[in-house]
Design a protein around this ligand. Structure first.
Ligand SMILES: [Zn+2]
Length: 515
């Protein structure tokens, strides 16, 4: 009886001792993150000073160099690892003015990789796509586009997002609007099919027919929010005009006012640029060949400044690395951070890293990726790894309750086949997990939009994520055992009736945007 009690006492006190020892690192991480946060300064430097980080632009290169310098200041060795090349392009001034029937400067910007108008710009009448009977009808109409700007996007009957209608409209009126909108959308695509083109390749047809430029509007279903993606033209400029102004122009064309635009859209074609991943690491002291990887893509689209996609994921990983270096400078395993290039064009940077480091992929303790906005982490999935429950819950338990109480876990979960860089690691069987964030209206308002800017960052949530990431990395590094990467047997797909297959590795685009 005595012996048993003594035994129990010893085990108990040992546990307490370990817990206290670990707590010192964790407590320091929390205190520093809260009292001496670098997030605001880093966010300002990255989003306001450097700006958006489109692959192949000088700003992307500048961001890579800035990250290496910042890590060097913290005493963390870092380097830019080249993995390929991309078309080199630099955005210049966009200025869009309606000059007839009256003067108004319009809210809009050129699409990424748009050809330049030169500093003087182009002044021309703007016209809408016609309603046509068939492709012959459309071909006949095409001769009208010479020297004109052509509006190619669907007209939106309301610039109010649905949540706003839901709050204020009568139910009947809301229903009526949705019905009308649906039928207009149907007709837009039916008419597009009748032209013989798609919403994608009609740009080329207009360009070949001599249009002065393309005017599009990709509404993101929020007030003032438009998505800004790649231009499809080779010689003439393509600009996106926000719903509010695009709708006005559209109505002016329809009522026979023959509106005229002056568009200045300057850009520089700079040839070819190397593409990089920025990689930094704190070398492991006991198991240097086993890796805990912090992961966030570094590139962005360039309609805004890439603040929540993926400036915030970047800040989380940088701040976590700073905290770890400061309070856990000799980790058991190597802690490596990857700031991947060109995620937006197909996970290119992380896929290249995975492909170029096959030995490392066999020794991954865990990968933590963040890439869906500024919110605090609310979901953590086992990603289809059978034993993820065991280690992830153990690591999570070390984080403060006020952080973990928001997190819903899902075990064993299922493997992600794309969407963000964690998928690149999952494809080669490395335990890789997404720190999935509360959305803060991400999909409508900031994801790939003109509104993805510094003011949308919720620093308290980002701080919470940096603390969480640092603690998870610390726990993963310290764990006595190497994590299991045994996969679950995937279920049968309800759609196809066949058993689902684990995603497989896809090679990255190593020479992109060049024709
Ligand atoms: Zn992203």
């Amino acid at each position: 009886m005595k012996k048993i009690l003594l035994g129990a006492f010893l085990t108990c006190s040992m546990l307490i001792a370990t817990a206290q020892e670990k707590n010192a690192v964790i407590e320091n991480i929390i205190k520093e993150a809260n009292e001496n946060s670098q997030l605001e300064v880093l966010g300002h430097q990255l989003m306001d000073v450097i700006g958006p980080r489109l692959v192949g632009t000088p700003q992307m290169r500048q961001a890579h160099d800035w990250a290496v310098d910042t890590y060097a200041k913290w005493g963390i060795p870092a380097e830019n690892q080249q993995y390929g090349e991309w078309k080199a392009w630099e955005r210049g001034i966009t200025h869009i003015d309606m000059i007839s029937p009256r003067v108004q400067s319009l809210a809009g910007t050129q699409l990424s990789w748009s050809p330049s108008t030169g500093p003087k710009g182009v002044t021309a009448e703007v016209i809408n796509l016609p309603t046509v009977k068939d492709s012959l009808d459309f071909r006949n109409w095409l001769k009208n586009v010479k020297g004109k700007f052509v509006m190619v996007s669907e007209y939106q009957i309301t610039g109010r997002p649905d949540y706003n209608w839901e709050e204020f409209a009568t139910p009947e009126s809301f229903e009526k609007m949705k019905k009308e909108r649906d039928s207009l959308t149907k007709e837009f695509y039916a008419n597009m099919r009748r032209t013989g083109y798609t919403a994608r390749n009609i740009h080329e047809a207009l360009e070949s027919a001599g249009a002065a430029g393309i005017v599009s509007s990709y509404w993101s279903k929020g007030f003032g929010a438009n998505k800004i993606f790649a231009s499809r033209t080779k010689k003439i400029p393509t600009v996106d005009i926000q719903l509010e102004d695009y709708g006005m122009l559209y109505r002016l064309v329809e009522s026979g006012q023959k509106p005229k635009l002056k568009i200045v859209a300057e850009s520089k074609d700079l040839g070819v640029a190397p593409t990089f991943n920025t990689v930094a690491q704190i070398k492991g002291s006991e198991k240097p060949d086993e890796y805990v990887i912090l992961s966030a893509h570094f590139d962005s689209w360039d309609g805004g400044t890439g603040a929540t996609d993926n400036g915030t994921g970047t800040l989380v990983m940088m701040e976590a690395m700073r905290l770890l270096k400061k309070f856990y400078p000799n980790p058991k395993r190597t802690i490596l951070v990857g700031h991947w290039g060109s995620e937006e064009q197909g996970l290119n940077g992380s896929r290249a890293f995975v492909e170029d480091h096959p030995e490392m992929m066999k020794n991954i303790q865990a990968v933590f990726n963040q890439d869906n906005g500024t919110g605090r982490v609310v979901n953590l999935s086992g990603a289809g790894y059978l034993h993820a429950y065991d280690y992830l819950t153990r690591w999570l338990a070390a984080a403060p309750k006020d952080i973990t109480k928001h997190i819903k876990t899902d075990f064993p979960g299922s493997p992600s086949g794309g969407g963000s860089d964690n998928a690149s690691f999952i494809a080669v069987g490395a335990p890789s997990f997404n720190l999935s964030a509360l959305n803060w209206s991400y999909w409508n308002y900031t994801w790939h939009t003109n509104l993805d800017t510094y003011d949308k960052i919720v620093f308290d949530d980002v701080r919470s994520n940096a603390i969480l990431t640092a603690i998870l990395a610390y726990m993963a590094s310290e764990d006595d055992v190497k994590t299991s990467n045994e996969k679950i047997i995937l279920p049968v797909s309800e759609r196809t009736g066949k058993q689902l297959e684990w995603p497989t590795h896809r090679s990255p685009e190593r020479k992109g945007g060049l024709d």
